[in-house]
Design a protein around this ligand. Structure first.
Ligand SMILES: [Zn+2]
Length: 151
């Protein structure tokens, strides 16, 4: 069932956003890993899920945790961030237009009472820094600003 995990509404605009060819360690082809994206018309947010062959994934919003948060941005800090990121995105080549699309999605779903936090997450040897939108108890969208090699 394609339903929103916050409000149980039927999701819309379901689409495949990524299809990854998988191989096992001997190089034998495995089932593709498929990432879907869909929109909840009630919350006005996007959800994603990943299926791997016959294994169906779960719709989710964000994998950010409370412990990843660094600080909350004030309205002014958010406006500064917005102009900094938008200037940076103007200069990048069209090969990276997905970066622009991700930012556009982030900005579009933010509502007046949503809070913005800076976050920092460790993933293996990498540190991921970015910003996340929090609505009530849910992290509803994130934007990755940089990925750094740890150490
Ligand atoms: Zn919803």
């Amino acid at each position: 069932m394609d339903i929103c995990i916050i409000c149980n509404y039927q999701l819309e605009e379901k689409q495949i956003i990524r299809r990854a060819r998988m191989r096992d360690k001997d190089g034998k082809p495995q089932a593709d890993r498929i990432t879907y994206k869909a929109r909840c018309p009630s919350c006005e947010i996007y959800l994603r899920k990943q299926d791997h062959g016959k294994t169906e994934g779960h719709w989710g919003i964000s994998n950010i945790k409370e412990s990843d948060l660094k600080f909350e941005l004030s309205e002014n800090e958010f406006l500064t961030l917005k102009s900094t990121v938008e200037k940076k995105l103007e200069k990048i080549s069209d090969d990276y237009r997905f970066e622009r699309e991700k930012w556009a999605e982030f900005i579009t779903i933010k509502k007046q009472n949503d809070k913005i936090y800076a976050f920092s997450q460790c993933e293996g040897d990498y540190i991921i820094n970015g910003y996340v939108i929090k609505r009530d108890n849910y992290f509803i969208s994130e934007y990755t600003d940089e990925i750094k090699k740890n150490g």
